[in-house]
Design a binder for this molecule. Structure first.
Ligand SMILES: [Zn+2]
Length: 460
């Protein structure tokens, strides 16, 4: 072999090697990012969000018991406008949304804040999944608002941040995501009766249960537009993700299993919260998501709770620094301090960012394969840990990802892609020192929520 022959032999061999590597990676490993996510983030419009928040605040009050006849003032006008917006979005995608009112007639005295008979009406829009029409991921905001006295339904209560911001973010997410098709259904919901005691959420949670929705989770957006805290902190990057540790529907048997195998910070809502955190750090690394290991703010409530009460995963997404002068307050000036939830208190680019966090999460779960079923774990007194699960036959499935982390770590730290298989052994990883989970991964790189093991692999 002369020098030239050797050189071409060398190049030829290198090409074969490169091809082999290329073939292996393209056949088995999905991409680390889905480039469509960047388009989704860009498409969310701060201008449209501003316009819509002004429209909703412009209805004067959206108190749950306010006027329903007027077309310019009260919750009736507001919900008709919201429904019309969803209808418009649907028209533009060839009727891709099922838009409807979900009614919850409630009698006077049902709670201390229900001072007259009222139909608590939610507005729901479903973008039906192409493969799993009954499997849903939901984003919600609230239609209603309140002033200092929650039962005063005539006084002005613009509720620009609480919670026109979350409601408008939900409509905007629908505008952006209806340009795509998803195997899994996406639900966009406007809920009423929040300020009277979470009535609308309760109504829709019951509706979901009665209609056997396989609800993967609820992203409850409540106040996503304020960047100026009552403590003086101004921060347009940080936001909070509230999630409770374990579901309130946990059985005694599950509780006992958890006591001996771990998982007190790994409930289904917590995994959904981690998913939002991971999507944010992957696609919007300029943002600072803050995991809060709590159902909601200290002693306070939100519309994800009625869903959690029925065993559905639910989290609250919201600003990091609340301004109490601007929520649940009559509009007034007192001792030089301006009170009231007016449009001037909303930062629209920030509301856009939090809407984009939701939109990428909905898209990720919309495109992901079904999460692995019946995840089991084994490996006590061995130098390795094994995870096993039921494999799905979803066409978009590329394989699974085994995750693990140290027991004190808040996020999944380590992962390994394992192809289309129904079990994997992590050699040299001792089960006692880590927590483990499994996610399904699609060919375009979108992952399901991580599933924490709920059973043991029988010892051989
Ligand atoms: Zn409120």
């Amino acid at each position: 072999m002369n020098y030239h022959q050797f050189l071409s032999y060398l190049i030829f061999s290198l090409l074969i090697c490169a091809n082999a590597v290329l073939a292996q990676t393209t056949e088995t490993a999905p991409p680390a990012v889905d480039l469509r996510m960047y388009q989704i983030i860009d498409d969310v419009s701060a201008e449209r969000i501003e316009q819509d928040i002004r429209t909703l605040a412009g209805f004067g009050t959206r108190n749950t018991m306010s006027d329903t006849v007027s077309d310019t003032r009260g919750i009736g006008a507001a919900r008709r406008w919201i429904k019309a917006e969803f209808d418009k979005v649907s028209e533009e995608c060839g009727g891709c949304l099922e838009v409807f009112y979900q009614h919850n007639p409630t009698e006077k005295g049902a709670g201390s804040r229900i001072v007259k008979d009222v139909d608590i009406v939610n507005v729901v829009a479903i973008q039906r999944g192409t493969q799993h029409p009954n499997r849903m991921i939901m984003m919600s905001g609230d239609i209603d608002s309140r002033a200092s006295d929650a039962t005063n339904y005539t006084i002005d209560a613009p509720g620009a941040n609480d919670n026109a911001s979350g409601m408008v973010g939900t409509i905007e997410a629908a505008r952006v995501l209806t340009k795509y098709q998803f195997p899994t259904s996406i639900v966009y919901a406007g809920l009423a009766g929040e300020e009277q005691g979470l009535y609308g959420g309760q109504g829709l949670a019951n509706y979901a249960q009665e209609n056997n929705w396989e609800l993967l989770g609820v992203l409850n957006n409540d106040m996503i537009g304020n960047i100026e805290g009552v403590d003086g902190v101004i921060d347009n990057r940080t936001f909070r993700i509230f999630s409770e540790p374990v579901p309130p529907t946990e059985t005694e048997q599950q509780r006992r299993f958890r006591r001996f195998t771990g998982g007190e910070v790994d409930g289904i809502s917590r995994q959904l919260a981690r998913y939002v955190h991971q999507m944010t750090t992957t696609y919007m690394p300029e943002m600072n998501p803050m995991m809060i290991y709590r159902l909601d703010r200290f002693g306070r409530g939100g519309h994800h709770r009625p869903f959690s009460d029925l065993g559905f995963p639910g989290i609250r997404i919201m600003e990091a620094h609340e301004n109490y002068n601007r929520q649940h307050q009559d509009i007034r000036v007192e001792n030089g301090i301006e009170y009231g939830d007016v449009v001037e208190g909303v930062n629209f680019p920030y509301a856009k960012k939090l809407t984009a966090v939701n939109a990428t999460t909905l898209a990720g779960l919309g495109w992901a394969p079904p999460a692995p079923d019946s995840v089991k774990i084994g490996g006590a007194v061995q130098a390795s840990t094994t995870l096993a699960w039921d494999m799905s036959d979803a066409p978009q499935l590329a394989g699974y990802k085994v995750y693990w982390r140290e027991t004190t770590a808040p996020q999944w730290t380590y992962s390994r892609f394992v192809d289309k298989t129904d079990q994997h052994t992590l050699e040299g990883i001792v089960i006692d020192n880590f927590y483990f989970g499994v996610a399904a991964v699609s060919k375009d790189g979108n992952e399901s929520v991580v599933v924490f093991p709920s059973g043991l692999i029988p010892r051989e």
